[in-house]
Write a protein that binds this ligand. Structure first.
Ligand code: NAD
Length: 371
C-alpha cells in the first residue's frame, strides 16, 4: 500500500480543533486500507513563537521540505498582535510558501446543493457549482521591485508598486491550470488586462503558446479580468478552471468564495514545482479561514474547510481521487441530512466541531459499505 509522509501544522486558535477532525479522517483512510500515512506534527505561528521565538523553527521547516504534503491549520491571534513583524505568526506561513516555492494557489469554489440558499446569489446560479481558481502566488505586483514611497519634497509623495512577470512564471502556472482542467471538465479561462497592461499582453501570449504547444486537447478562452469578475457573479457555472495573476487572483478568489457561503467551508492548496529528483510536487493544504479567536476553544468551528483541504491533498499530491470524491460526497451527504455548524446554521440548531467531524467519518463508513 502506498505510504505518504504528511506534516501536520495545526497552528493557533481553531487550527488544532479542526486539524483533530482531519486526523480522524486520516485514521479512517488508513483503517479502510486506502493508504498509509506517516504523520508528523510541529508548531507554527504564535505557538512556535512562544516555544522558539520565531513563527516556524528550522526543524519544522526541514520536516516541511521532506514531506509529501503539509497540512496547515491556521495561525495568529490577539495575543501576538504586538510581536515584532518578522516573527509574527503569519511569517511562518509566508516562510513555508517561499521556501517550498509554492507558486500556484488553488481555490475551489464548490457549492453543495444543501447550502445553495446561503450564497449571496440565486440558488439556480450556484447550485452544484464546482470551479477552481488558480492564482499565481509568488510573483506580480505584490513582490515586484521597485516598491517604494518617495517624498517628492513639495508636500507630495509618490508610491510605486511594480507588476513583473517573466515567461517561466506564466508558463508554470499555465501548466498547473491545464493539467488540472484535464482532470475536470477540460476548460481553462485565462484572465488578465492585456488592453492596458504589458504584463497582460505577455500573460496572454505565453498562455496561448503553452496551450498550442502542450495542451491542444484542453479548451482555452481568454477574458479581461474585469469582465471575468462580472461573469463570475453573472454566470459562474460557465467556468471550470480560471488561471490568473497574483493580484487579480486575490480578488477573484474572494469573490468566488462568496458564491459558496461560509469561510468555514473553503479549502485551498498551494503547489510548487515538481522536484527533479523525487518527481514529487511540493504542496501545502490549508483552509482559507484564519484562527477565528472569537470562537477558539469553544468547539464551535466548522471543520469542513480543513477536511476539504485534506481531500485536496489526496487528489493533487497522493493521486487518490476516488478517496477524495468519497470525502466530498460524505460532506455533501452530511449537509443534505441537515447537519450544520453555527457558521452555516442560519439560526437553526447547530452541532459542534466534533459532532460534524464524527458525522463525516460515519458517512464515510456508510459510503464504503455501499461501494
Ligand atoms: P478568521 O477567518 O479567523 O475569522 C473571520 C470570521 O469567520 C470569524 O467570525 C470567525 O469566527 C469565522 N470563522 C472562520 N473560520 C471559521 C470556521 N472554520 N468555522 C466557523 N466560523 C469560522 O479571520 P480574522 O478574524 O480576520 O482573523 C483572525 C486571526 O487569524 C488573525 O490573527 C489573522 O491574522 C489570522 N488569519 C490567519 C490566516 C491563516 O492562518 N492562513 C488567514 C486569515 C487570518
Amino acid at each position: 500500500m502506498a505510504a505518504f509522509k504528511v506534516l501536520l501544522l495545526p497552528g493557533d486558535g481553531i487550527g488544532p480543533e479542526v486539524m483533530a477532525q482531519a486526523r480522524n479522517v486520516i485514521a479512517w483512510l488508513e483503517k479502510a486500507g486506502v493508504a498509509k500515512f506517516e504523520l508528523d506534527e510541529d508548531l507554527v505561528g504564535g505557538g512556535a513563537y512562544e516555544a522558539h521565538g520565531k513563527a516556524i523553527s528550522e526543524a519544522a521547516m526541514d520536516k516541511a521540505l521532506a514531506a509529501d504534503a503539509v497540512l496547515f491549520g491556521a495561525v495568529g491571534g490577539p495575543k501576538w498582535d504586538k510581536v515584532p513583524y518578522d516573527v509574527r505568526p503569519e511569517a511562518g506561513l509566508l516562510r513555508l510558501r517561499k521556501d517550498l516555492v509554492l507558486f500556484a494557489n488553488l481555490r475551489p469554489a464548490i457549492c453543495y446543493p444543501a447550502l445553495a440558499d446561503a450564497s449571496s446569489l440565486k440558488r439556480e446560479l450556484v447550485d452544484g457549482l464546482d470551479i477552481v481558481i488558480v492564482r499565481e502566488l509568488t510573483g506580480g505586483v505584490y513582490f515586484g521591485e521597485p516598491k517604494t514611497i518617495t517624498d517628492l519634497g513639495n508636500g507630495q509623495k509618490r508610491a510605486v508598486d511594480t507588476q513583473v512577470y517573466d515567461t517561466y512564471e506564466i508558463e508554470r502556472i499555465a501548466r498547473v491550470a491545464f493539467e488540472l482542467a484535464r482532470t475536470r471538465r477540460n476548460k481553462v479561462t485565462s484572465m488578465e488586462k492585456r488592453n492596458v497592461m504589458k504584463t497582460g499582453v505577455l500573460w496572454n501570449e505565453v498562455v496561448t503558446q503553452v496551450h498550442a504547444r502542450e495542451y491542444k486537447d484542453v479548451e482555452l478562452e481568454h477574458q479581461l479580468a474585469d469582465a471575468g469578475g462580472m461573469q463570475l457573479v453573472r454566470n459562474p457555472k460557465q467556468f471550470d478552471v480560471i488561471v490568473t495573476d497574483n493580484l487579480f487572483g486575490d480578488m477573484l478568489s474572494d469573490v468566488a468564495a462568496m458564491l459558496t457561503g461560509s469561510l468555514g467551508m473553503l479549502p485551498s492548496a498551494s503547489l510548487g514545482e515538481v522536484d527533479a529528483k523525487t518527481k514529487k510536487r511540493r504542496a501545502l493544504y490549508e483552509p482559507v479561514h484564519g484562527s477565528a479567536p472569537d470562537i477558539a476553544g469553544k468547539g464551535l468551528a466548522n471543520p469542513i474547510a480543513m477536511i476539504g483541504s485534506l481531500s485536496m491533498a489526496l487528489r493533487y499530491s497522493f493521486g487518490l481521487s476516488q478517496a477524495a470524491d468519497m470525502i466530498e460526497q460524505a460532506i455533501s451527504n452530511v449537509l443534505a441530512k441537515g447537519l450544520r455548524t453555527a457558521d452555516i446554521a442560519a439560526g437553526a440548531k447547530a452541532v459542534g466541531t466534533g459532532e460534524m467531524g464524527e458525522a463525516i467519518v460515519a458517512e464515510l463508513d456508510t459510503l464504503a459499505a455501499r461501494a
